[in-house]
Ligand binder design. Structure first.
Ligand code: GDD
Ligand code: MN
Length: 421
């Protein structure tokens, strides 16, 4: 439980603290009025101990969304509704500006949701409740038990969000402990937002969402996914553009040095270089060792040299984040243990190639193809074992706070490298 008491007892004198909901809008004139009605009608204080304030970030919508909000501030929701305006430069930029403002305004809990009723106002108290229960971040999630996506959702949408999730994980290396990465329905303590360098990410569009999701994991905060139902947009149209997709890939690519995609690419490079080293070593040994030495021993020596070569490069290059995660705690003993494990893996790899060769060529597969398929399977086995058994690490480290020192992020997610247990 965090040190800040989220629930303030209700009495005549003490007002419940306010949590802020950020709603980015662009041409949401038809949605914003019913949305604000629904949000302000929530029994927030009764159910969560927090009252709700709303910050609408509108980028000069041509349909007059901003004017409607300006009007409502005066007539209906004074003191509870805030308008922030800018010029249209993408959802990511709008969120950055809104985050800056919400930190300046001093809100302790900051939330985000879409204006188009994709996210149900009725789910908002659940997010706040998760924070009350000790989460630093609560994510409205379609992908945990009880979460839903609309039954009538076009296949194209389902594919899009699934692909986006896969890209974030494989190319971006976002930790799989968070299942919902892309949708903008979240609650955060200000300490989290204050510590995340969201201003540095070069995102105009939805890539901003995975940057944040990644930061949640990296910061080792307590992240809780809350099941929500996701709905099709009520009125108006989506602002997603093709350029957002390219940007999304770019941002994913820059997120982590140890994404599966990058690791596999490095692993392949090292493997190829090891083969060259193997052949070169064999050639060299043949020249320097007396003629009568058995070539079998030379081959074994060359294999050992290439195994050592691969091991060192995997340790220094392929899985370089492993060392960072260790922060210098790695010992010679650990190094030796890993080397023996890698020896074992290499023996396994050779066995796989040989077995595949025998089986496949017996099935009538052309012998070179049989060998090549064996190498392919062996590569997968080798990478799998190396990344799940030898160079195993967690990258999360508690981030230091930029402001709001009262409420330090809890570090329950900081896990030691697996081999240190
Ligand atoms: N201020 C501002 N400026 N708001 C914007 C901008 C912009 O440039 N672009 C979009 N918005 C607002 C919309 O008005 C809406 O409230 C919200 O951001 C989401 O935009 P949509 O146009 O409805 O996007 P979507 O339905 O395609 O996005 C869905 O998928 C994204 C990626 O998975 C939503 O679930 C997003 O939350 C999600 O990030
Ligand atoms: Mn939408």
């Amino acid at each position: 439980m965090s040190s800040v008491h989220p629930v303030v007892p209700r009495s005549e004198n003490v007002e419940a603290p306010a949590a802020l909901m950020i709603v980015p809008t662009y041409n949401e004139a038809k949605n914003i009025v019913p949305l604000l009605e629904a949000l302000f009608a929530l029994p927030m204080v009764e159910e969560t101990g927090w009252q709700l304030h709303v910050l609408v970030r509108d980028d000069s919508s041509p349909d007059g969304t901003g004017d409607i909000v300006r009007d409502l501030i005066e007539t209906t929701y004074p003191g509870r509704l805030i308008l922030s305006t800018g010029t249209k430069d993408g959802l990511g930029k709008a969120m950055k500006a809104a985050f800056d403002e919400s930190l300046e305004l001093g809100y302790e809990v900051i939330m985000t949701m879409d204006a188009d009723f994709s996210h149900s106002p009725l789910d908002v108290p659940k997010l706040v409740a998760a924070i009350n229960d000790g989460a630093d971040v609560a994510i409205g999630s379609r992908y945990v038990d009880g979460g839903l996506i609309p039954g009538n959702w076009p296949l194209g949408y389902i594919v899009r969000t699934r692909v986006a999730g896969a890209v974030a994980r494989l190319l971006g290396g976002v930790d799989p402990s968070i299942r919902e990465l892309t949708t903008n329905f979240r609650a955060m303590r200000r300490s989290v937002l204050g510590a995340i360098p969201y201003g540095t990410v070069d995102a105009k569009g939805y890539g901003f969402m995975i940057f944040l999701a990644n930061a949640f994991v990296m910061g080792a905060w307590t992240v809780k996914e809350v099941p929500i139902s996701f709905y099709s947009r009520a009125n108006g149209s989506s602002k997603a553009r093709l350029s957002d997709i390219f940007e999304f890939f770019k941002i994913a690519y820059r997120l982590n040095d140890d994404s599966p995609f990058k690791q596999v690419a490095r692993f392949l490079t090292v493997g190829a270089s090891g083969t060259v080293v193997n052949l070169f070593a064999l050639w060299l040994l043949r020249r320097v060792v007396p003629e009568d030495a058995s070539v079998i021993w030379l081959s074994i020596a060359a294999i050992q040299i290439s195994i050592l070569w691969n091991f060192i490069l995997h340790d220094r290059f392929t899985f370089k984040s492993y060392r960072k995660a260790w922060k210098g705690q790695s010992t010679l003993k650990q190094y030796g243990k890993n080397f023996l494990r890698y020896e074992g893996t290499s023996a396994l790899t050779q066995t796989v190639i040989f077995t595949a060769f025998v089986l496949l060529s017996n099935l009538g597969v052309f012998y070179l193809l049989a060998q090549l398929l064996g190498i392919g399977i062996a590569f997968i086995v080798n990478y799998y074992v190396s990344s799940t058994y030898i160079w195993v690490f967690r990258k999360s480290t508690p981030l230091t706070l930029v402001d709001a020192p009262v409420d330090a992020p809890t570090a329950t997610r900081t896990v030691r490298p697996a081999h240190a247990r």
